[in-house]
Design a protein around this ligand. Structure first.
Ligand code: ADP
Ligand code: MG
Length: 398
């Protein structure tokens, strides 16, 4: 039926697949609605993602299941990947619009987007930003290198919190048990989570990468347009082949937004130019002219450029610098602004092959926090172990 927009028409008190009793909605995205359910067999709560039933969705659900199974399999093998959401089960349901693929996950907390609702004015505390970035990057390193998967939709909505301290778990559960939209502020049963969170709570939060619904294999040809506009990498915008570096670009956008409360790029269409035109212009304003050898190696480039450096429809650009924005607009100290820019800029390199990898960015974030003793950074085996250690030693995140 039209009115549900392809979403499954859930009845109150419904039991999915004779096993999952629906408690309430946890969130919804472009492709699915996610429900908190009581798993009557395992006697615990789970999150059931019910995909829309439109044509094409069943197929992409099969892909999502395949990516998640690959992640589970590699997790067992490499004893890593704890920063990626865990699939527990999957099944199909029939609704009035046809079949709905359903994925069962561990229950996680609200998304970074929800958390940021409470901090929009100034961004999240920097130590928390660094800590979550480490986890996102460790997750991406695992996805890229062990699973050979490009996530292709890194953004605040798809990074979910999971609480560690008992106090925090209680706070998060309180918010889980009141129906909230994905975009809304965190108004929990006990009030506004943002007001109850203390700095120490934030430091104990872990994050996981969720939503592999747009992912693709690194080694398979793909043509679909990926990523959500503000987080879309330059090569994707311009129609060039993309790979794992596209996720790193998005992560840089995510990092800036978490730290400042503002989008790094927030392109808008105008009377004479498209949203894509504006996006390319905003990128050039911040990161400088795109070298001609790159511009004209891209097959969509004539859509944007009349000649190297000259945009077709936008002639007046206002150059800005990243440290300048952080210091002037957001009041950061020059030292903090320089350190954060030194992490962001290599992750926003125009040439994907020269962009920092997840591992390199991770190293940068950690070194920015303070070098770890006794590690030979070029020795990857030992570095991975030290990283695992780092994640459990919370006091080091300052
Ligand atoms: P879509 O593909 O439609 O974007 P997502 O997998 O991103 O679907 O889920 C949509 C939203 O549902 C997320 O942004 C998040 O708020 C919520 N959500 C998803 N998975 C979980 C989970 N395991 N635990 C708690 N909330 C979740
Ligand atoms: Mg999503």
């Amino acid at each position: 039926a039209q009115h549900t927009g392809g979403h499954y028409p859930m009845q109150e008190g419904e039991v999915f697949n004779t096993q999952y009793q629906v408690l309430h909605k946890l969130g919804c995205g472009t492709f699915a609605t996610v429900w908190l359910c009581q798993d009557m067999r395992r006697k615990k709560q789970v999150a059931v993602k019910v995909l829309k039933s439109r044509e094409g969705f069943a197929e992409s659900a099969q892909d999502e299941v395949a990516f998640l199974r690959c992640v589970s399999c590699m997790k067992k093998k490499d004893l890593a990947g704890e920063n990626i959401i865990c699939l527990l089960d999957d099944f199909r349901m029939i609704g009035e619009n046809g079949f709905h693929a359903c994925l069962v996950f561990e229950v996680l907390g609200p998304s970074i987007r929800c958390l940021m609702g409470n901090y929009t004015a100034q961004g999240l505390p920097l130590p928390f930003v660094k800590k979550s970035l480490q986890q996102v990057l460790a997750g991406l390193h695992f996805l890229h290198k062990c699973c050979r998967i490009i996530h292709a939709d890194i953004k605040p909505e798809n990074i979910l919190l999971c609480g560690c301290s008992k106090r925090l778990q209680r706070l998060l559960m309180a918010t889980l048990h009141c129906d909230q939209g994905t975009e809304g502020r965190l108004k929990g049963a006990g009030g506004d989570l943002g007001n109850q969170l203390e700095e120490s709570d934030l430091m104990s939060i872990e994050v996981k990468i969720a939503d592999l619904g747009s992912a693709c294999w690194t080694y398979k040809p793909f043509s679909k347009e990926i990523q959500t506009q503000p987080y879309r990498a330059l090569e994707v915008l311009l129609g060039l082949d993309y790979g794992t570096p596209a996720d790193i670009w998005s992560t840089a956008c995510l990092a800036f937004e978490m730290a400042t409360g503002e989008c790094l790029f927030d392109p808008q269409p105008g009377k004479y130019f498209s949203r894509d035109d504006d996006h390319v212009a905003r990128i050039i304003e911040l990161l400088g002219r795109i070298p001609p050898q790159i511009v004209f190696s891209w097959n969509k480039s004539t859509k944007f450029f009349s000649r190297p450096g000259a945009l077709l429809r936008l002639s007046r650009l206002f150059p800005r610098s990243l440290p300048g924005i952080l210091a002037d607009r957001h009041g950061w100290t020059p030292q903090d602004a320089a350190a954060f820019s030194a992490f962001l800029l290599p992750a926003l390199h125009y040439a994907p092959e020269r962009r920092a990898s997840a591992a390199q960015s991770l190293r940068h974030v950690i070194m920015g926090i303070g070098p770890l003793p006794h590690i030979l950074l070029d020795n990857w085996h030992r570095f991975d172990k030290a990283l695992a250690l780092h994640f459990t030693v919370k006091s080091q995140v300052t």
